[in-house]
Design a protein around this ligand. Structure first.
Ligand SMILES: Cc1cc2nc3c(=O)[nH]c(=O)nc-3n(C[C@H](O)[C@H](O)[C@H](O)COP(=O)(O)O)c2cc1C
Length: 354
């Protein structure tokens, strides 16, 4: 591998740097952060999860999500000519509508995770310019999606994001796997590359794999790229930037966090998640919070009858800085943050360390 980072090529989309800013839900990565990353040569990603919770312009929350997602895409496009993506969770009740809206708005790439996006290509045809990238956590999921897309849609995934167990937010692993070295990013990445090889040979096309979860420095990037990844996805590091769309109080949670404050929670949506612990989460754990009336019906897999709190509301409060009424999702390295920097400073330092 040479001294310089190589471009990330996803179909006809080329990012100067192989760094994807991971989509961060409920308002953490919107147009401002995504455009700043794209302007520095990376791929900037707007998260569709809960995008309509902040501007209650219409009563129908699903319609508001669609409108606001379109607004954020338009806003980001007005701020950059770089590569932009959206992150849409498959478990969102109106996944299909959000996909349609993103394609209509001319987004470069759709990243779809938190579930298997088995039917995503039904939204595209030969004239669509948007690239489709599933987010997975195993070779098995990569093969399952690739086979299904080929069989039903004659469509080869444009790339994959492989998210390992050290990531922030919802995780695609069982709790016991999170502690098992077998599932470390550097151990699952070769398996995914190996599993995709036969498809690359048969279709004579590269399927880039972008790996993320716990990547913090330029040295980490070098290590993962040397194992065969075409790029990296990073979330946590982009939170403590001036451009990140979260409140200052949210960013301060990362700066104040100690290593032992990072913990795994059982999210109401049925997946484990990594967050910075606080009084709110301690109260949940000691049974002081009780099932609520569901205000949004936003996630298909949410066990609302038994869930002790609404995850969307808790994350919305956190994004707005009300951390006594919510909590911050964060990757396992969040405690290493010391200060807020600009996206440019961050990207420059990653390139230099690399
Ligand atoms: C605050 C926060 C919110 C996140 N929200 C989402 C999300 O809505 N959808 C998703 O696919 N990934 C989400 N992620 C995961 C990131 O996109 C990214 O893959 C991950 O954070 C990478 O690991 P790192 O944080 O260690 O760099 C989130 C991560 C964080 C830290």
């Amino acid at each position: 591998m040479g001294n310089r980072m190589k471009k990330l090529i996803i179909g006809n989309k080329e990012a100067i740097l192989p760094i994807v800013q991971g989509g961060m839900g409920i308002g953490i990565s919107l147009a401002k952060l995504a455009a700043a990353v794209a302007n520095e040569g990376g791929v900037g990603v707007i998260s569709a999860a809960g995008v309509g919770l902040f501007e209650k312009k219409v009563k129908d929350i699903n319609q508001n999500n669609i409108n606001e997602l379109k607004n954020e895409i338009e806003k980001a496009k007005s701020l950059t000519s770089g590569i932009l993506g959206v992150n849409i969770m498959v478990a969102l009740s109106n996944f299909d509508d959000l996909v349609e809206a993103s394609i209509e708005s001319g987004i470069d790439i759709i990243f779809a995770g938190a579930g298997l996006p088995l039917n995503l290509p039904k939204h595209v045809n030969e004239t669509t310019d948007t690239k489709l990238v599933p987010i997975i956590s195993s070779a098995r999921a990569a093969v399952l999606i690739t086979k299904k897309w080929l069989k039903s849609y004659n469509y080869l995934p444009d790339a994959f994001v492989l998210e390992g167990p050290k990531a922030g937010g919802h995780l695609g692993f069982k709790v016991e796997q999170l502690e098992d070295d077998e599932y470390l990013l550097e151990n699952i990445l070769p398996k995914v590359l190996e599993a995709l090889k036969p498809f690359e040979v048969k279709y004579n096309k590269k399927i880039p794999v972008i790996a993320g979860g716990g990547i913090y420095t330029g040295k980490d990037i070098r290590k993962i790229l040397s194992l065969g990844a075409a790029g990296v996805q990073m979330g946590t590091r982009f939170v403590t930037t001036f451009e990140c769309d979260a409140s200052d109080a949210f960013k301060q949670v990362y700066i104040d966090a100690k290593e032992e404050d990072l913990r795994i929670i059982k999210s109401p949506v049925g997946l484990p998640g990594r967050a910075v612990t606080n009084k709110y989460l301690e109260d949940v754990e000691s049974g002081l919070k009780y099932p609520f009336t569901c205000p949004f019906d936003c996630i298909i897999t949410c066990k609302k009858e038994v869930a002790p709190y609404c995850i969307s509301l808790a994350l919305m409060n956190a994004k707005n800085g009300k951390l006594h009424q919510g909590f911050a999702f964060a990757g396992s390295n969040a405690y290493r943050a010391e200060k807020i920097v600009s996206v440019k400073e961050l990207m420059d330092s990653l390139v230099k360390e690399f």
